[in-house]
Design a protein around this ligand. Structure first.
Ligand SMILES: NC(=O)c1ccc[n+]([C@@H]2O[C@H](COP(=O)([O-])OP(=O)(O)OC[C@H]3O[C@@H](n4cnc5c(N)ncnc54)[C@H](OP(=O)(O)O)[C@@H]3O)[C@@H](O)[C@H]2O)c1
Length: 334
């Protein structure tokens, strides 16, 4: 039987805010399977802020997307047909999957999922999101019991994981997010000790109120004006885990600021370290065991924010930069 798939192509490098005109959907016929091939039906796609960086030309830790290529990212799917001895029909798999209904692959780069866990956990709590929070907080931020941990982008996927892990190890957790609804959600759902709305008129008063003893670990997902305001609260020997700078990903120019920042880091003996989660790949197995244990004990949870339909994947990506998502942004392909 002939099988067709829709695919979302990257067709235009955005200047400034990414728009839907950077993407175009086309339909093509799928090839028949050769020996070793598997046919995957894509079920959920993860959209992630780093994708915006890959739309630009220039040097970064991941190569730019090629114009005219099919978009690709983390995803989970079911195996519909298999001519590969390592994978059987009906298996759920995770890996780098194209933004498409179906794909045919030799199976390298996809991993069969443990069927005792909800498959989408591989895209957040038990995937890159959880690992980023885990290594960023514990190894880069060196967080320990009693520390005051401040998280920017706290109501996003990584941010809410960082907050939960920090609570598990006995930190005081203060989350910064872009609306009162999000800050309320962080307190009600995850028990954050303090929250700050960076878009509120009284942002600086909220910082004062929530940080009477300063900050020991600043887990930064957003950079920009939020971080400019936060750094003056850093304690002596505090740590900054620089995870992301989403406020700058769509910017066409970025102001220089280190002349004021570096003296502050010096005077307070602050350690600021950028990291990419793949730096810790050799330790992923060990970390996933711990994350799974916390997840199964109900100590780590994730709200999924689901957009329906492959055709809406560009929109789902844009939601991240508009602050429309709460928790992990996913796309479900019905
Ligand atoms: N270093 C690594 O290896 C690594 C791995 C994964 C992710 N990351 C980074 O971690 C950060 C969070 O990623 P995620 O996947 O969890 O995304 P996310 O936080 O779920 O979604 C993005 C959130 O960023 C906030 N935001 C967007 N524009 C902003 C702006 N101009 N100023 C302040 N906040 C803004 C929005 O929340 P508000 O409504 O609160 O503004 C939005 O909901 C990103 O910077 C990402 O690049 C790094």
């Amino acid at each position: 039987m002939e099988l067709f798939t829709r695919e979302v192509f990257f067709v235009k490098r955005p200047v400034g805010m990414v728009q839907e005109d950077s993407f175009r959907m086309k339909t093509r016929k799928l090839p028949t399977l050769d020996a070793g091939d598997i046919l995957i039906r894509v079920r959920y796609l993860s959209v992630d802020p780093y994708m915006r960086g890959r739309m630009n030309l220039g040097r970064s830790y991941a190569p730019p997307f090629d114009l005219g290529s099919v978009m690709v990212g983390g995803g989970v799917g079911t195996v519909e047909q298999s001519r590969n001895p390592n994978v059987k029909t009906g298996d759920w798999v995770v890996g780098q999957l194209p933004w498409s209904d179906y794909c045919v692959t030799q199976g390298s780069g996809v991993r069969v999922l443990d069927d005792s866990l909800p498959p989408t956990t591989a895209l957040h709590v038990l995937g890159i999101t959880g690992l980023t929070a885990y290594f960023g907080l514990l190894q880069v931020g060196q967080a320990k019991s009693g520390d005051v941990v401040v998280i920017s982008g706290a109501a996003g996927a990584v941010g809410c994981q960082v907050g939960q892990i920090a609570k598990i190890i006995g930190c005081k957790v203060v989350g910064i997010a872009g609306s009162d609804a999000k800050t309320k959600w962080l307190k009600d759902t995850y028990g954050f000790d303090g929250t700050i709305n960076y878009k509120a008129q009284d942002f600086s008063d909220q910082l004062d109120e929530n940080l009477p003893t300063g900050i020991d670990v600043y887990f930064d997902n957003v950079g920009g004006n939020v971080s400019d305001a936060v750094v003056s609260y850093l304690n002596d020997f505090s740590r900054i885990a620089i995870c992301g700078q989403i406020s700058l990903y769509n910017a066409t120019t970025v102001e220089m600021g280190p002349r004021t920042l570096l003296p502050l880091l010096l005077a307070r003996r602050v350690t600021a370290r950028g990291f990419i989660v793949s730096d810790f790949a050799p330790q992923f197995g060990e970390a996933l065991k711990q994350l799974k244990q916390w997840y199964q004990a109900g100590q780590l949870r994730m709200q999924e924010d689901v957009v329906e339909g492959l055709q809406n994947t560009p929109h789902a990506l844009i939601r991240l930069f508009r602050g429309e998502n709460v928790g992990k942004q996913l796309v479900r392909l019905p």
